[in-house]
Design a protein around this ligand. Structure first.
Ligand SMILES: *[C@@H]1O[C@H](CO)[C@@H](O)[C@H](O)[C@H]1NC(C)=O
Length: 250
């Protein structure tokens, strides 16, 4: 159970990263709040520690190679879509996501046994705005559609559960999966010039804004795999591989 403190280290260590001379090792500074694994408020301690250090993460940590997370910039994302008569492929470029700075952490559920360590983290983001350039090509029945344009998406009431699954190996928390389960209460999508002419674009846009819950559900499995792959690599490479459980939490 003591390795749950490792997470505290992760989310807190960044505060003093500037003082760390060895790039491979991030040490927990004395000023950072730690969570006693034997205490009865273990989960809530963890939740608070994450909440309190979140903004430092969001601002980015150049020393670790952690980029700014609000706005978060992704150069390219590709999705294939296939449902019934609708086949398509989207490429999104220069995608900027705004809103992560306002995340509220609601709960943390730790699980530990032997060398397994999992964490579930519930968070809420009141508003998310995403924009970028997009390219779409596809077909509806036998009609070919497609084009290049600009898009933006506003979301409200975003609730997310992160599921981090990993193992303790050689004094490191090695993440095997980083699941993201997002729910969205409201979504509004805009795009321009995507579907040939303006009437067609408008018709598709109306369709998307009316049926986004179904379309969103259809895209989620693909998107989740993409996130799992990239987020697992991201947190292992930039964070967890640099934190020693035994040194940080003797
Ligand atoms: C989103 O895009 C639409 C259409 O281009 C535009 O009218 C609107 O102002 C954009 N929203 C924001 C918040 O930039």
């Amino acid at each position: 159970m003591s390795s749950i403190r490792l997470l505290c280290a992760l989310f807190c260590a960044i505060a003093l990263v500037h003082e760390v001379s060895c790039a491979e090792e991030v040490l927990l500074p004395r000023s950072v709040k730690t969570c006693k694994h034997e205490s009865s408020d273990y989960s809530s301690c963890l939740r608070l520690a994450i909440q309190e250090s979140w903004l430092s993460f969001v601002k980015g940590i150049p020393e670790l190679g952690l980029p700014v997370l609000d706005p978060m910039e992704v150069d390219m994302m590709e999705n294939h879509y296939s449902a019934g008569d609708v086949q398509g492929r989207f490429v999104l470029r220069n995608v900027k996501t705004y809103g992560l700075a306002k995340a509220n952490f609601l709960a943390v559920r730790p699980y530990r046994s032997d060398n397994i360590m999992n964490l579930e983290i519930d968070l809420e983001i009141p508003k998310v705005f995403i924009d970028g350039d997009c390219k779409a090509e596809g077909s509806v029945a036998h009609y070919k559609i497609g084009g290049k344009g600009y898009f933006n998406t506003s979301m409200e009431g975003v609730s997310i559960t992160w599921g981090l699954e990993g193992r303790i190996e050689n004094d490191r928390w090695v993440i095997q999966h980083f699941h993201v389960y997002p729910e969205v209460q409201h979504m509004q999508v805009y795009f321009t010039d995507l579907f040939g002419n303006e009437d067609m674009n408008k018709a598709v846009l109306n369709f998307v804004n009316e049926y986004w819950p179904v379309l969103y559900k259809g895209m989620l499995p693909t998107v989740e795999k993409h996130w799992d792959y990239h987020l697992t690599d991201f947190v292992n490479r930039l964070i967890f591989s640099k934190i020693s459980a035994s040194k940080t939490f003797p």
